[in-house]
Structures are given as structure tokens and as C-alpha cells.
Design a protein around this ligand. Sequence first.
Ligand SMILES: [Fe+2]
Length: 462
Amino acid sequence: MAKILVIDDDIMNLTMVGHILERRGYEVVMAQGGREGIHILEHDEVDLLLLDVEMENMSGMETFTRIRKNPKTSDIRTLCMMTSAYQGYTVEALRLGALGFIKKPILPEQLFEQVEKVLQKTRKDILLAVDDEPINLLMAKRIFGIRYQVETESNGEAALAAIPRVKPDLILLDLHMPQMSGLEVFDRLHKMDGYEDIPVIFLTADEEKETEVKIFKAGASDYIKKPVVAEVAIQRINRILEMKHLQDSLQDEVDRKTKALQISNKKVKNLSKQIMYALSGAIDAKDAYTNGHSGRVAEYARMIAVRMGYTGTDVDDVYAAGLLHDVGKIGISDAIINKPGRLTEEEYRIIKGHTSTGARILEQISELPLLSVGAHWHHERYDGSGYPDGLVGKNIPEIARIVCVADCYDAMTSKRSYRDILPQVQVRREIEMGMGSQFDPEIASIMLQMIDEDINYSMREK
Ligand SMILES: [Fe+2]
């Protein structure tokens, strides 16, 4: 955890801030006054300084100035603490490289936010200053050097060439340069892949309104009038960099959340698939002669749906409806389901009940309402002689008409206790004969197509 030095001449305030930070897990060193603080900084490695600006004896600003002038301590990242009465010091503190301000009385959350923000930054922001006047570049280094890493170039061509190496966080661009104007540099920057979003602040001595308009129209982040007033420039640069960092971290957050969401979506999808497979396995396990029946019906139903023009999740719905169409059989005793001989009327009535029972069970899955529909009416017949409701023709929901064809096809193409798999010709003939009576003719004709294409008779129980 980071080590923080707190300098404050008010012992109450000092210990309070110290304890707040310690509770958060930071290592804290406390100094009651500037002299003691500077001594500690000279002899100890510290990650961050919290400096009270309002000290007596050696004033806060004097302490800050001495710290900056001392080569042993000049680099320390600093946050200033002050009451609103001392806001007049803001500009000077900024010039001395204060990275932020913490308002007194101190609120823990605000304190943490500022401290964490500063500590998270592992490097100084990089400014690229581009100007044909060497004196301006020297000035830029002097004014901004404390807070930022300042790189310089004396013309547009050199600046554009340096950008991939320097990777600036912000560019300070002189508007009037002899070989290539600032606007031209800006224009070329926009065409550089990966660097087009670097914020640019123009520097100009122009007084005309038109210049301002031209600069903003081009898409610049801001402009600063020459001669540069250090405090104004720092505040503007700071504001733009903060916005850029905020945007970057927002984008990172969005990317991270999207990825997490995709992963959890995939997990949920897999989970629901696995639950459906488990359930269909449970149905098939009840009947010694319907091993794999649900899976095959689902697959045939899916193939039919695709040929009917279904796409995407609609196909998945049909598949799932096929998988679970017989779920109502879970409630029927194994003795009836596996009875070798003829069923009594009462037993047949019970068997028929698997449609409504299945519908009731699947109604619970409100996210996939078609599951229940498939289970409910897959034994309806196109001519109205089916069960449980005797629905006719297109009144039978399409998904049930699809499952019905797939279900009957699989019944004929799998083994039974009393017979082997039927020959393909016979299966074809049965489907054809059922067109318009048992089956929706359109769906049945798709099934016939599939049979005709299945030269090796591979669509059957293996
Ligand atoms: Fe059934």
C-alpha cells in the first residue's frame, strides 16, 4: 500500500486525516509543520504528500516552494488541503504542481477519491509542445515541466513524426508556423490511425474572432492566447486532460462490463441448455424404448423449421420445444408407459394427459412460452381428430404442427418392443398418407423432401 506524508500544523486535523487514511490501509507519516515535513521528505521514500496550505510559522505555500526547489524533494506528488477562505492560493499551488485540492473540513470519501486518483496515475501526463520559436518551447518546459512531462518540436513535420514515439496525452500547437501551419498539422493528425483523438490546444497571438471560430470549427479542444499566462494555461490543460482520462476510464469500464456481461450471458445460455438436456434425459429415461427420442425430435423439428425460413433464436425455440414436448410423461407411472400389451381406456386417457400436464409444467418457463405450446398440442391432428382439444388446421399452433411431424417420424424410425425400425419407403408412405389428415401438408412435404435427400437413411435411431 502507498505511503502518504501528511503535513499540517493543526494536531487535531493532522491526526484525523492520518487515522482516516490508516483505516483505509495506507501507510501514513505525519509531520506537524513544514520544517519537519521537509526533513521527512529528504530522508524517506513517500508516494504522496498531503499539504495543509494554511500553516502558520512556515506557511504552506513557503513549504511547498521549498519542496519544489529542493532537488531531493521536487518530484513529490502533492495534494493541497485548504478551506474555501484560502482559495486565492489555488493558482500559485497549481503553478507549483499541485495535482488537486482537498477542501476542509475534510470528508473521508472526497479524500479517498482524490488520493486514489493521484496514486493510480503511475506516470506524468505527456505534453507535446510544437512551436517554431525556441523561446516559446523553453517557456513551455519551464511553466509546465513541474506537472507534466514536456516534449518539444520546432515544426509540424517533426511533430507528426514524433507522435508515435512520444505518445502525447495532449498537444500544444502553435497556430502560425512557417512551413506547416498549426491547422495543417491538426488536419494531418486527424488522419493518423490511433492518434486522431489526442486533444489539441492551439496557441495564438491572433486577436481576431475569426481565428477562434476557425480553430473550434476544425475540432480543437481549446485555444490559449499568447503571451501564455501560466495559471490559465495550466487550468485549461488540466481540465482537458481530466476529461480525457475520465473518457478513457469510462470506455475501459464499459468494455470491462460488456465483456463480463457477455460471459455471464453465455453462462446463463449454457446453463439453460444443460437444464433442458437434463430434463429431456429424465423424460427419455422413463421409457425403455424411447432412448434419445426427445433429442432426435428436437433435431428433426429444427431441420424443418430452418427449411420453413426460421432463423436465429426462433430456430432455438423450435429445438427446445422438440426437446421437451413429452415432459408431461414425467407424471405418468412407468408401468403404464412401459406396458407391453394393449392399454385400457383409462390408461390411454392417462397417457393423453401428458399433453396438458406438460403444458402446465412448461408454463413456468415464461421466457420461452412456445415450449408450453409445443407440449400442449403436439398430438393434435390437422383434420381435428387429435387431442387434447381437437384443434383443426392452422388453429393448431405452428410449432406444435412442426413437433407433431418430427415426433411421428421419429416414432417410425426408432425401435419398439414389438417391431424394428420401419423401412424408409414405408415411413415416407405413412407421412405422405398423413398429409392433410394427421399432418399440416406443407410441413409434411418438407419432411418428405428431407427423406428424399436422406439417401443413406441416416435420419433414424442408431
Ligand atoms: Fe407426446
